[in-house]
Each structure stands twice: as structure tokens, then as C-alpha cells.
Unconditional design. Structure first.
Length: 222
């Protein structure tokens, strides 16, 4: 199934002293580039974060598939949480290119993959999500992994694009905003399948201790 991707990359990095987590380097590339490479087969990608990410996105675009559209956007207001970021990403993808022929080539895919930008090894998780969506169960609208502890990893999920749009509309109705809303609130009305992925690596970088355990240097703002 063709898919679009939304990479959530707009957090403050407060527990890292304000460091931009997506720009931390691991294995010779930024964490953001790891996420971009994990969704390399997407028809279109929205990176939701500050324009400080533009250099890393440009490096990726130098090797991206010709068919792929990549945009950088921002949730409003800034730092208003993951649900607002996902909504902003979907809106940016739905805006589409101005050129009419490009619009035909970049029509929204039936599936949207949502991925945080600070996972160390997101590729296998994305592969598992896409494999699961290829064998849909009746009524299922979203596929959300569970880690070894049974915790739902809502920032590495796949959802039918039509269901995501509907969920955004429904979640914004009470107060007209998704500011500071969680992903669980956004997905509250969505029929989801919980994917048990006990062997998947959901390691991310939230603290200096996390960075140190994985050999990531945190200095000079990066």
C-alpha cells in the first residue's frame, strides 16, 4: 500500500538542556536522517519541526527517490505537542504542490505513517507496521506497536489517511485546537490494532543518560 509519512520533530528537548534531539548524531547520521531513511518509500513526507532541521532534510533529499515530496512545517502554536504536530503534518501534505501535474502525482496516499524523530533504529518498526497494514483486519483503522513492556508506542504508528483526517476533525471540535493534546486523545475514536513487537528496539533519546548509553555526544547545543 502506498503511504505518506509524518515525522514529529518539534519538541523542546528540555531534559537535554534544550538540545535539538533530531539533530543528535548516531552512526554518522542525525536521528532525523535515521527517521527519514526509515520512510524512504513514502510518497510524501512532512517533517514537523523548526527550520533548523532544514540542513539535515536537504542532505536526505539529495538521495531521496525522485517521486517523493518532502516538506518542512510547524505545529501551531510552536511546541504544542505531538497531536498538534501530526495535524500540522497532515495539513501540509494535503495542501500539496501548486503545479497541476505534480498534484496528480502526489495525491494523498491511503495510509499515513507517524514517526518520532528521536528513535535510534526506526527502520524495523516501520517495516513491521507496513507488513501489518498489508494484511488488514475488518474495521481496523490504525496499527500501533506495543513494546516489550506492553506500552503503546503511539509515535510510531500507521493509520488510514481518511481516519486520521476524521480523528483530527473530531479531536479539534470541542475547543478548536489540539494544543497540548496527546496522541491517545487524537486516536481516541480510532479502531486500532495493537501490534506486539517485543523484539523491536524503541530506544529514544530523552536525557543525557540516554545519549551517553548510546555513545551520543551532547555538547554545544547538539
Amino acid at each position: 500500500m502506498k503511504f505518506d509519512a509524518i515525522i514529529v520533530a518539534g519538541g523542546r528537548g528540555s531534559r537535554l538542556g534544550g538540545v535539538s534531539k533530531p539533530l543528535l548524531e548516531h552512526g554518522g547520521e542525525t536521528l532525523l536522517e535515521h527517521s527519514l531513511n526509515a520512510v524512504r518509500d513514502a510518497q510524501a513526507i512532512a517533517v514537523v519541526g523548526t527550520h533548523a532541521l532544514a540542513e539535515a532534510v536537504t542532505r536526505y533529499m539529495d538521495t531521496a527517490p525522485d517521486f517523493q515530496r518532502v516538506v518542512i512545517t510547524r505545529e501551531y502554536p510552536s511546541f504544542s505537542g505531538p497531536a498538534a504536530a501530526v495535524a500540522a503534518g497532515r495539513a501540509a501534505l494535503d495542501d500539496g504542490p501548486d503545479d497541476e501535474s505534480a498534484q496528480r502525482q502526489n495525491q494523498a496516499s491511503e495510509l499515513t505513517v507517524v514517526l518520532a524523530s528521536d528513535f535510534l533504529d526506526p527502520g524495523p518498526v516501520v517495516d513491521a507496521l507496513l507488513a501489518a497494514t498489508g494484511k488488514p483486519s475488518k474495521g481496523v483503522e490504525a496499527w500501533v506497536p506495543q513494546d516489550a513492556s506492553g506500552v503503546l508506542q503511539t509515535l510510531s504508528c500507521a493509520i488510514l489517511t481518511s481516519s486520521l483526517r476524521q480523528a483530527i476533525d473530531q479531536a479539534t471540535e470541542p475547543r478548536g485546537s489540539l494544543e497540548n493534546a496527546s496522541m491517545m486523545r487524537l486516536l481516541a475514536t480510532v479502531q486500532m490494532e495493537r501490534l506486539k513487537l517485543p523484539d523491536a528496539d524503541f530506544s529514544d533519546i530523552d536525557t543525557p543518560g540516554d545519549a551517553g548509553r548510546h555513545g551520543i555526544a551532547v555538547a554545544n547545543g547538539h
